[in-house]
Design a protein around this ligand. Structure first.
Ligand SMILES: *[C@@H]1O[C@H](CO)[C@@H](O)[C@H](O)[C@H]1NC(C)=O
Ligand SMILES: *[C@@H]1O[C@H](CO)[C@@H](O)[C@H](O)[C@H]1NC(C)=O
Ligand SMILES: *[C@@H]1O[C@H](CO)[C@@H](O)[C@H](O)[C@H]1NC(C)=O
Ligand SMILES: *[C@@H]1O[C@H](CO)[C@@H](O)[C@H](O)[C@H]1NC(C)=O
Length: 481
């Protein structure tokens, strides 16, 4: 092969790489026992997921992504916005430590910095309204100073309620009146710096929060009555929502600003509408909907999206609802929850995590001899559920059909596993015992925890030992009251 043909092959390879938008995934780590970063990176690669969105800039996570060529969006948590908004030095340090170093020494393919995460959510009471834009400006200036502003773009992942439609159809879309000026300022800044608008779109939340929401309209293969917008038909909520944003941008003079869907997905547990059947239907429907570069009526071009989420996170806040810990297409230990063809593997199925190290096959359950009305039961269950994860119990959930004893065992086991099967974590007086017989039934999985990953940093080890000691202290306290 001559030099010229090598060059041609290289150029066509490069153009393939840069035009394949593919599907991305969100990788969150609010878990008691996160999988080691190397295992997750292998999982991403095995599944042909070429883009990942993070919520922080954890060193080990980024280092594991080094050399993988996976496109990375690093995140700045909301609680850092104030510092970055008020100090240019802090923004420069953040970029130096969390972007420049990883690009130059660890060969990480960082492409975006997400400044904040849904900072304008109504539940934050406006806490980040003043800091988001100046933080965005400072981070962008720091990227320019570091000579990285061409390859790394800033963005702000926003919740879909920053825009609304006065007419109820997409063409009435505009930014929310109370933050309209701020949104235009941000959008103009993104446009000037060649950056995209990032939005999270959740038909599940619409269904969860509005009992009258037409279920079929949440899905892509549904037979919902289409929404007629001046002759354009909308058959699903995603398209209508996305186009409401597209109209809002166009109305304000930014009709060409690229849009990234920062989060899209469906949870599998913790609510009557959160299950594998619906999650499969939604996510597979979405993949087919965008396959072949199909877009929406307003934006017929390819959709750039990140699934929410890659893996379950059992330590997320359940303020929004019990479903919050169950968004993964994989379980906490990297098992596929349902059939999903991302169109990125030869087999067309999800490839599970490799080399996952489990604790022993043993469970903490309620003793058969213990009585349900034993006075130790109620406080034990509430203690266990308070520190562990009982979001798979309750109406319509995966363990919702357990009887009372099953419920109690589930709670005790969750606590025991999260405490790394410490003997002292299955000593609920008179009511608990350790068993080697798997209590799982039907859809209800009594999980065995995976080995704790402590990361490279001493600090992390120290911290979890402290947490263990604290927990042990609490158990003693509980057993002696
Ligand atoms: C880099 O990111 C990490 C993780 O989000 C954060 O804890 C740290 O403070 C950042 N470093 C700097 C210098 O801002
Ligand atoms: C927002 O305000 C409500 C009611 O005043 C309060 O309960 C809540 O804690 C506040 N949230 C934040 C994040 O400040
Ligand atoms: C099991 O626990 C859940 C959640 O605490 C509760 O809603 C349900 O009623 C319980 N079921 C039984 C049979 O006790
Ligand atoms: C455990 O059971 C024994 C025997 O029935 C009883 O004497 C003791 O008080 C029980 N302990 C607690 C904390 O209920």
């Amino acid at each position: 092969m001559g030099l010229f043909s090598v060059a041609v092959v290289l150029i066509s390879l490069l153009s393939v790489v840069s035009t394949v938008s593919g599907i991305g995934a969100n990788w969150g780590t609010q878990a008691t026992h996160p999988l080691p970063p190397d295992t997750v990176v292998r999982l991403l690669r095995d599944n042909g997921i070429q883009k990942v969105k993070l919520f922080d800039a954890d060193y080990d996570t980024l280092r594991a992504l080094g050399g993988s060529n996976i496109e990375v969006m690093v995140g700045i948590p909301n609680d850092m916005l104030l510092t970055l908004a008020t100090s240019m030095k802090a923004a420069e340090k953040w970029v130096a430590k969390n972007v420049s170093t990883h690009i130059s020494t660890n060969n990480v393919n960082i492409r975006y910095v997400a400044v904040g995460n849904e900072p304008f959510l109504q539940t934050y009471n406006g806490s980040f309204l003043k800091t988001t834009y100046p933080a965005l400006q400072n981070v962008q200036s720091a990227l320019v100073k570091a000579g990285l502003s061409n390859q790394v773009k800033v963005t702000v992942p926003l919740n879909a309620d920053v825009y609304e439609s006065s007419t109820g159809v997409p063409s009435g879309g505009d930014f929310r009146a109370d933050i309209h000026d701020l949104m235009i300022t941000i959008v103009k800044f993104l446009s000037d710096s060649g950056s995209p608008f990032t939005v999270n779109i959740y038909p599940f939340i619409s269904l969860y929060s509005d009992p009258n929401f037409p279920v079929e309209y949440a899905f892509f293969d549904g037979n919902a009555t289409p929404l007629n917008d001046g002759g354009t038909s909308y058959y699903n909520m995603f398209d209508a929502n996305y186009d409401t944003l597209a109209h809002a941008l166009q109305k304000n003079g930014f009709g060409n600003l690229p849009i990234i869907v920062g989060e899209i997905g469906w949870p599998t547990d913790g609510d009557k509408n959160a299950n594998g059947f619906y999650a499969q239907r939604f996510n597979q429907g979405f993949m087919s909907h965008i396959a072949g570069g199909k877009g929406t009526p307003m934006r017929p071009e390819p959709i750039d999206a990140y699934l929410f989420s890659l893996i379950d996170e059992d330590a997320k806040s359940i303020d929004p609802g019990n479903f919050e810990r169950h968004w993964g297409i994989f379980t906490f230990d990297g098992r596929a929850k349902y059939a999903l063809n991302l169109g990125t593997t030869n087999s067309g199925v999800l490839i599970e995590a490799k080399n996952v190290h489990y604790l022993e096959r043993k469970w903490c359950v309620m003793k058969p001899s213990a009585k349900i009305d034993d006075p130790n039961v109620a406080p034990s269950v509430s203690y266990a559920c308070g520190l562990a994860d009982c979001t798979s119990l309750g109406y319509g959930t995966s363990c919702g059909s357990l009887d009372t004893r099953g419920n109690i065992s589930y709670a005790l086991n969750s606590y025991y596993q999260i405490q790394n099967q410490l003997d002292s974590a299955c000593k609920f007086e008179n009511i608990s015992m350790i068993t080697k017989n798997d209590p799982s039934t039907g859809t209800c999985r009594f999980a065995i925890m995976i080995e704790a990953y402590y990361g490279g940093a001493e600090r992390t080890v120290g911290c979890s030992q402290k947490a263990l000691r604290l927990a042990a202290g609490l158990i003693l306290f509980f057993l002696t009251i």
